[in-house]
Write a protein that binds this ligand. Sequence first.
Ligand code: GN1
Ligand code: MG
Length: 377
Amino acid sequence: MYNNYISVCFNRKNNIVDLKEITSHFAVSGDIAEIAPLGAGLINDTFRVKTESSDTPDYVLQRINHAIFRNVGLLQNNISRITAHIRRKLQERGESDPDRKTLTLVATHDGELFHFDGENYWRMTVYIPRSKTYEQVTPEFARLTGAAFGEFQYLLSDLPGEPLGATIPDFHNMLFRLQQLREAIAANAAGRLEKVQSIVDELLARAEAMCKAERLHQEGKLPKRITHCDTKVNNMLFDEKGGFLCVIDLDTTMPGFVLSDFGDFIRTGANTGAEDDEELSRVGVDMEIFREFTRGYLQSASAFLTPIEKEHLPYGAQLLTYMQTVRFLTDYLNGDTYYKIKYPEHNYQRTLAQLTLLHSIDAHLDEMNDWIKQLSK
Ligand code: GN1
Ligand code: MG
């Protein structure tokens, strides 16, 4: 619920929030011309803050969903360390335009990484000029994106200091996500269980197989590295010529399996339909995108991936699509308490669309495995 012209939005209690007033707490340059909603994230609320002059940058203002990111200090501290480290490494290697290749946080006048208005937490970054996001990519973009994600993981592999804290504990832990589903089934809070019983049965029948990554980790066979954990295609910025700029939405960058980042890109970027497509016949895995993303990813990540990680990449595509199906279904059963929805049955439609994609990935699994073997020769 936004009003573009007078730069206000509503908080959860339906009180008006003056976005210009919020912006005034941050150390921005220039006069504010306009504040308008930006992007299609399902968790935080994002706005573009335009300034009057072309000599001053525009900014991105975000209200952090604090019900989900409970420790905002830890969250912002992680992002500050990640972006500073990436910038330093890009500068060391003589990168020409480091300011467009990583995010720049804007502090408050008191030097804090976020502003608390008594109810909501806000943060700001510099808007990267002439950047674009996409919901779907071409094979060429997919290859660049794959290489960029391998690079992102590589750049963060020597982050100094303490390991990054988990901004959402157990975020991609399949055992935990299944436990949440089982709790949602038991509570049946929204009275929707009957409608989705056959999906529930199908998902639970695959539960054990889908916890393989956690098992491999417990056996010491699958490492945790710093991963982005939300590699949706719309979490990447491209320049006006289609070159890759940088990875955004760093909220969930924390220790995890590389399978997460690989799998979540395939789930979103290699889907011929939308994540919530109402026409299920449009949904399926685009193998050309899969092949090009994998080619790019292995170009930059082969150097550090173990054979077990490489071999399980197609499994990662299944796992992340399965996990997202479980998460949308859980939210549907709980009565839509987590993801923003646009209509009452939205989480149901998302569940169906993700399940359809999962079936398509299942059908292409052998082909995916063959491709990885071919690239690894
Ligand atoms: C959320 O914030 P956004 O829209 O980029 C979610 C991801 C899900 C995704 C599904 C913190 O990402 O985990 O995969 O929606 N982020 C969080 O589209 O839960
Ligand atoms: Mg996002």
